[in-house]
Design a protein around this ligand. Sequence first.
Ligand code: F6R
Length: 610
Amino acid sequence: MCGIIGYTGLEEATPILLDGLEQLEYRGYDSAGLALFTPGGSLQRLRAKGRLSALRDRVREQAESGADLRGTAGLGHTRWATHGEPSERNAHPHRSANGLYSIVHNGIIENFEALRAEMEAEGVAFTSETDTEVVAQLLEKLDTGDARETLRRTLPHLEGSFALGILYHSEPGVLYCARRQSPLLVARSQSGTLLASDAAALLPHTRSIFRLEDGEMARLTAEGITFFDGKGNETAKSPIEAARHVTAAEKGAYAHFMRKEIDEQPEAVRRTLEPLLRSRQLQLGEGERALHDPGDIHRMIFLGCGSAWHVGCVGRIIAEELCGIPASAELASEFRAQKSAINSHTLCVIVSQSGETADSLMALRLAAECGARTLSIVNVEGSSIAEESDCVLFTKAGLEVAVATTKAYSTQLAVIYALCARLAQLRGTWSGDSLAAFLHGLTALPDQIEETLRTCEAPAIAWAQELAANEHAYFIGRSLDHAAALEGSLKLKEISYIHAEAYAAGELKHGTISLLESGTPVVGVCCRQSVTAKTKNNLEECAARGAKLFCLTNDTALRLPRQILLPRCHTLLATSLSVLPMQLLAYKCAELRKCDIDKPRSLAKSVTVE
Ligand code: F6R
């Protein structure tokens, strides 16, 4: 997490750095800061707790007082706290005791306590509680007078992950950078060179973007970039295919990006399916490579975090049902916690919007080490997961700005459907009429999403008015409806701060039902035809204990309390529709509770720490 931007060139750096941070703020927003070389060659720093707007205010105040933050080379950072509370003194850039080095950092230095204790024993005075400051202090301690050599000697002492931007006070106008496990890009523009943790901050300036690989370093001047490997040897690089579809997102008439992104779902799903499903024929392009010798796939594992894991929960069910392959959905962060029985007969499907989620990336690497086939479903071209997996299927959600995912989730589901259906077709486990019916349903899905959004808004508002004042809510469903309930409850809790839990409907009576009191909201998802009757019984058990029921179904015969009736679709595709009113419910509740919808507290869009 955290956003890093750096610039050196012919232009004033402050506006470039602030605008870059604006693009990166979704990565973390508890404090922000800048460090610049002044025209006289000294280093100036400005930091502020809170949103980027607080830093902008500080810059403005400084300008008004005649002390402009001037200079053509500098670094900026927007923070998501890992070590040390959000505060000005913990905000980046951090400086070494004698001011030789100023740095910004993304990632976690896992051995920072030992390094700090060692340096404190030597008399170094620390000014923050961060893990980052040890890097600045260590650079100063190991300084050789040559920043590149110092950096090369310092990095092996660091354990953990980092993307680092570094200013060395003896080389005004020069930026250094290095990375391990955290993404970092560098770029050449018309007026200079840049570095950033994310292409979004670079694309307004250039499409000439280079990806730093693990263990690599770079030196940036106004004239150009030099790359080095871990031994300090110069290396050559070619620019990456920067995400073609990324353009600066605008809210337009919408109050929030999340609401806009909810409405973008029909088009995003249509765009995603278009290359995969032409004239009702499945064709996965590059993804076909992961499915070669399909009979040799003995196990499928879906890996992801948060909503991406929820997509995997859907994938698990569909893969088993369509392809007859034992399948599981694993939380990427847990996957590495124990030994899994995976090998070359395993297909690992890594689901990630950003393509940079550290836990998912590490899970991918482990899967690859074990010899598994790896296929990723990713939204960001050029991202680490997309680059490192055997093959990738891109979702075409476009830039998703709101921290709570909506359109990326829906497009991930769409890819999962196409992937499982294609594998079933290749394995011969599903053919003829059943496959044709599924593909017919898939083709109709974007229109049905559109219809659902149109018809569900008013009832979702009515639900929100009844539910928003509660502090707890439960979401229940069976099978695919349980997977949808997981996503519905996450949406509600992350943006409205209402505590919400999802349970498999049959599990309530094994403990959870004791939590229900008079008026406790229970959202029931009843869209998987084979299990709706059973879920209905579970809902009645809740109502008998005083729960207030909110029900989603596509079965006109059910007649449930506060029922939202969804369009009937293929039973395996129902999650794509049932999730929509729950997204709207979460959004409306958050609005009624006056929450910061696009940037919920303590969260960040791209989670690049484990
Ligand atoms: C929730 C949400 C998160 C992400 C998770 C994984 O609304 O967006 O749970 O799904 O952090 O992120 P990606 O998909 O970028 O790997």
